[in-house]
Write a protein that binds this ligand. Structure first.
Ligand code: HEM
Length: 458
C-alpha cells in the first residue's frame, strides 16, 4: 500500500496487469494517456513496483535538482548488464568501483566546448559534406547513413568498422526497450541481439589492432580508464554499442524533421535563406549562434518530436516538495506530455511554429519543463556536438539546395527507449543545386579547426 504522502495513485481499468498491457500496447503513448489526470506527480503500481510519473514543469525542475538520490546511474549499469550482455565481473566494476564516475567525467569533458570537441565536430561535418551533392534519394536513409558514417570516422578514426555496422547499430536502438528487460531477448529482440554481438566482435578486433590510436579524445580517454580498471578489449567491444548509437539516433530524426518542415513551408524556407545568406563556404559554425530563426526552428522541432522519457531511480527516500518518494521506485518524466501541454505552451501547443522560441529565453523555456537534452548531472554531454552537426548541415543544405518531395508526414509508434520520434516511412526526394550554388563544394570550420583529413567522395 502507498504511504499517504506518496503521489496519488492512478489505477488501471484492468486490475493488476492493466498498466503492463497499456505499456505494451501504447508504449510511451501510455504515459500520455495517463497524464490526463490533474495530479502534477502520480504513482503507478505494478505488482510491488512503483513508478512515479512527473508531468508538471515545477516538479521536473525539483526532480533534476535532487540528483544525489534521484539518480540515473543504476540505469547505466542495468543497460550494460541487460542490453549489452556484459558478464558479471564487468558489471561488478560498474557497481563497486569509481569507474562509472570517471567515465562520466571524461565523457562530459571530451564533449564540452573546447579543442577536443571542435576536432570531432569539424570531422563529423566534413564527412557529412560528402553527402551535400545533388541526388534522387530516400531522405531518412540518406541521413541515417551520412550521420552514422560521420560519427564512426570522427570518433574512431578513418580505419573504423562502423560502415559495415549501420543496420546493426540502428536495429539495436529499435529494440532497446526489450533489450533492457534482461531476459528472452534472443526471442523478442533477435535483430538487436545479433547487432550487439557483431558490433562487440568488430570493435574487439579494432582495439586488438591498436586502431584506437586514431580515435578522438572521448574514445581514447575512455579506453585508458577502462584499462586502468583491468577491463580488456573484449569488454571495450561490448561497451561500444552505447557510444555508437547515442550520438546519432536523436540527431538523425531531428535533421529529418527540420528539413521536411522547412521545405514544406515556402515562407519559412525563404526567411531562413535570407537569414543564412551571410554564412560563407567554408561555413564557420561559430556564426550559427547568430541565426535566431534557424535555432528557433531546431528548438521547435525538439519540442514536437523529442519525446523520450527521462528516467531516474529513487536510491533513498526523498521529499519532493510535499511528496514522499520511496526508495526503489522508478521515476518517469514524459517529455511528450510536457512539450505539448496547452496549459504551458498555449492553444497552438500541438502545431509547428518555427518562430515560437524567438521570444523565449533559456530561463523561460526551462520553466516550461522543456528538457530535450535532459538535465541535472546527466544533462546530455553531446548537446554541443548535436547543435553544431545538426544546424551546420541544415544551414548548408538550405543555402545550397532545392528539394522536391519534402512534405510533413506522421511518426511511428514511439517505443519505450526511443528519444526522438521517428518518421512512419521514408520520403523519396529529389535534391538539386540552387541557382548561384552550382559549383559549391561545401566544407566547414569549427571553433578555429579546419578539417585536414583527405578528401573522399561518396
Ligand atoms: C538532438 C540530439 C540529442 C538529443 C535530443 C539528446 C538527448 C539526450 C537525453 C534526453 C539524455 C538523457 C539526459 C537525462 O536523463 O537527464 C541524453 C544522454 C546522453 N547523451 Fe544525448 N542527445 C542528443 C545527442 C547526443 C550526441 C551527439 C551525443 C554524443 C556523444 C550524445 C551522448 C549522450 C550520452 C553519452 C548520454 C548519457 C549521459 C550520462 O549518462 O550522463 N547525445 N541525451
Amino acid at each position: 500500500s502507498l504511504d499517504p504522502d506518496e503521489p496519488p495513485i492512478v489505477l488501471s481499468r484492468i486490475p493488476f496487469i492493466g498498466h503492463i498491457l497499456g505499456l505494451v500496447r501504447y508504449q510511451i503513448g501510455y504515459f500520455e494517456n495517463l497524464s490526463r489526470t490533474t495530479h502534477p506527480v502520480f504513482t503507478l503500481k505494478i505488482f510491488d513496483s512503483r513508478i512515479y510519473v512527473v508531468k508538471s514543469p515545477e516538479y521536473v525542475a525539483l526532480t533534476l535538482r535532487e540528483w544525489k538520490t534521484l539518480t540515473f546511474d543504476p540505469f547505466t549499469t542495468a543497460f550494460v548488464k541487460n542490453a549489452l550482455g556484459a558478464p558479471p565481473d564487468v558489471v561488478e566494476v560498474f557497481e563497486k568501483t569509481m569507474y562509472l564516475t570517471e567515465i562520466h567525467t571524461k565523457m562530459h569533458g571530451a564533449l564540452s566546448i573546447g579543442p577536443d570537441l571542435a576536432k570531432s565536430n569539424v570531422r563529423v561535418l566534413n564527412v557529412l559534406a560528402r553527402y551535400l551533392v545533388p541526388q534522387e534519394t530516400n531522405l531518412y536513409s540518406l541521413l541515417r547513413e551520412a550521420y552514422t558514417i560521420a560519427m564512426g570516422e570522427a570518433f574512431y578514426g578513418p580505419d573504423n568498422p562502423v560502415p559495415g555496422l549501420i543496420d546493426e547499430i540502428w536495429d539495436f536502438e529499435d529494440d532497446l526497450g526489450l533489450m533492457m528487460i534482461g531476459f528472452f531477448q534472443r526471442i523478442v529482440a533477435r535483430k538487436a541481439c545479433r547487432g550487439q554481438k557483431r558490433v562487440s566482435k568488430a570493435f574487439k578486433a579494432y582495439y586488438d589492432a591498436g586502431l584506437d590510436k586514431n580515435a578522438n579524445e572521448l574514445i581514447q580517454g575512455r579506453a585508458r580508464i577502462a584499462r586502468a580498471y583491468n577491463l580488456d578489449n573484449t569488454a571495450l567491444g561490448i561497451f561500444e554499442m552505447a557510444i555508437c548509437f547515442a550520438p546519432i539516433t536523436n540527431v538523425v530524426p531531428t535533421v529529418f524533421w527540420m528539413l521536411t518542415y522547412i521545405y514544406a513551408d515556402a515562407d519559412l524556407l525563404r526567411a531562413l535563406r535570407h537569414e543564412l545568406a551571410f554564412l560563407g563556404n567554408p561555413l564557420d559554425t561559430d556564426k550559427l549562434r547568430s541565426c535566431p530563426l534557424l535555432i528557433s526552428t531546431f528548438q521547435e522541432i525538439q519540442r514536437l518530436k523529442q519525446h523520450g522519457n527521462a528516467v531516474r531511480w529513487v536510491s533513498a527516500d526523498t521529499r519532493l516538495d510535499g511528496y514522499l518518494l520511496k526508495k526503489g521506485a522508478v521515476m518517469q518524466i514524459p517529455s511528450s506530455v510536457l512539450n505539448t501541454a496547452s496549459s504551458v505552451w498555449g492553444p497552438d501547443a500541438g502545431s509547428f511554429n518555427a518562430r515560437r522560441f524567438l521570444d523565449l529565453d533559456d530561463k523561460k523555456t526551462r520553466q516550461r519543463g522543456y528538457i530535450p537534452f535532459g538535465g541535472g548531472r546527466n544533462l546530455c554531454p553531446g548537446r554541443h556536438l548535436a547543435f553544431t552537426e545538426a544546424l551546420g548541415f541544415v544551414a548548408a543544405f538550405v543555402l545550397g539546395f532545392d528539394m522536391q518531395g519534402a512534405k510533413i508526414i506522421g511518426a511511428r509508434t514511439h517505443k519505450i527507449g526511443f528519444g526522438a520520434r521517428k518518421p512512419e516511412r521514408d520520403l523519396k526526394v529529389s535534391i538539386r543545386r540552387r541557382a548561384g550554388f552550382e559549383d559549391a563544394k561545401w566544407s566547414f570550420n569549427v571553433g578555429g579547426e579546419r578539417d585536414a583529413a583527405p578528401e573522399q567522395n561518396v
